[in-house]
Design a binder for this molecule. Structure first.
Ligand code: AMP
Ligand code: ZN
Length: 115
């Protein structure tokens, strides 16, 4: 069920606009509004789950679908030198939007470890 106070549910419903780069029946990918790399895309399921732990507990097939969407997006965006896939989870993980999402970061050489 969509969560009325969830930013990403509002992007799914079209209530808040987003720059969508890829879409399936179950997921959308859109550019992050505050990019941390030359290419910074978020991938979300259309159905609300709070985080990657809840998603994987509830619907492992959808979790797999999202990873397939990652592959489609990195091919479409030609991130041939690589990319970083991130799922910030919970307060200690730095999650600020509680609708599960994967960040794809690429287009430059990324440093490790992150802060
Ligand atoms: P996180 O901090 O891992 O929960 O990631 C949330 C991400 O959502 C951040 O990178 C934000 O820049 C991004 N974000 C917040 N609002 C929007 C929006 N309206 N459209 C696109 N990205 C957004
Ligand atoms: Zn949501």
């Amino acid at each position: 069920m969509p969560m009325s106070d969830c930013l990403f549910c509002k992007i799914v419903s079209g209530e808040i606009p987003a720059n969508i780069v890829y879409e399936t029946d179950q997921a959308i990918a859109f550019f992050d509004i505050d990019p941390k790399a030359p290419t910074h895309i978020l991938i979300i399921p259309k159905v609300h789950y709070d985080n990657v732990t809840e998603l994987t507990r509830s619907d492992v097939a959808l979790a797999g679908h999202l990873l397939d969407v990652v592959t489609q997006v990195i091919q479409q965006e030609t991130l041939i030198r690589g990319y970083r896939l991130v799922a910030n989870t919970g307060p200690d993980g730095g999650q600020t939007v509680d609708h599960v999402h994967f960040h794809i970061l690429g287009g430059r050489e990324l440093t490790w470890p992150p802060g």
